[in-house]
Design a protein around this ligand. Sequence first.
Ligand SMILES: O=C(O)C(=O)C[C@]1(C(=O)O)C=C[C@@H](O)C=C1
Length: 372
Amino acid sequence: MRGFPTLRSMTHQRSIEDLRAEVDQINRDLLTLLSKRGEVVAQIGHAKTQEGRPNHYDPAREDKQLKEIESLNQGPFTSAAVKAIFKEIFKASLDLEESNDKKQLLVSRKVKSEDTVLDIDGVRIGGDAPPIIVAGPCSIESEEQMEQTAAFLAARGVKILRGGAYKPRTSPYGFQGMGVDGLILGSRVAKEHGMLFVTEVMDTRDVEIVAEHADILQVGARNMHNFALLREVGRSRRPVLLKRGLSATIEEWLYAAEYILSEGNNEVILCERGIRTYEKWTRNTLDLSAVALAKQETHLPVIVDVTHAAGRRDLLIPLAKAALAVGADGIHVEVHPSPATALSDNEQQLDFAGYDKFSDALSSLLRQPASV
Ligand SMILES: O=C(O)C(=O)C[C@]1(C(=O)O)C=C[C@@H](O)C=C1
């Protein structure tokens, strides 16, 4: 009798082994096609990166492909099943594009394996250099305050003086900084004591004037996502101290550094300063794994701002010790001649006696190069 073979007669016609051998071959063919697709997709990813599109996800393109696949599907799988398989393929393709992209980042150790060591007028930061201390008041307030602080710190071997001339305050009515007068004062006092001067720049319009007076430009946590500012400091040719954003992931922080390097400025110091968590007993939560990871994944120097991480003086020594133990290339700490009368951050700045205790406690760790 003619007609369609029954399931029974079919299974009798071909053995399971035989059918499995065919499935094995189909698997091999599918894998070949999948790999071929992966290679083409990687090229799309590369082209997107070159066009400056770090976000490779394109839902409209995925949707178009799914619609076509659905219209071509003739079974035996349902369209829902086929679409689910293709969605997995898109996801894997996106991962492939993005991981290739990360391998090409200028900040990545995969691109540059040796540590970047900054040499700013003889002050070495990163690599085999002993950890540095960046210290000074939160805000530049007066000539007397800067002079006293610089003299005190320089006598203890501190090579980098910090001080804010433009202050990003939570309240618009808080002290906003001395502006250009503060820049001039900070840079003069630092020079007089043989120190480098680092200060924050908050606005693209100020990059030029800040770069004129400061040896290192700081991009603060609140501005880590300010891509126009990152590009501008990248064009400035001054070393940049880039703080991690309040709620930024490590990846976002490294992409922020990439913005600076992509403009041709390779002199970036990463600064972990604690992230915002549910914890209330500290101002922020110091993320030491971020320090270890940034050291591992990038070639850039990484320092730790213990003052903002803790927000309280009693934790500065243990946090600084821990930071140096995981390989930080330096410590950033706020020091003020009279914290009680400081115009900003008076809860957390160290007075001179406090700084002496702090540096004594760290002295053995500060002599040796960052390790791990
Ligand atoms: O066509 C693209 O833009 C791709 O990046 C490729 C691809 C894909 O696998 O088809 C991958 C991720 C995008 O979300 C969209 C599509």
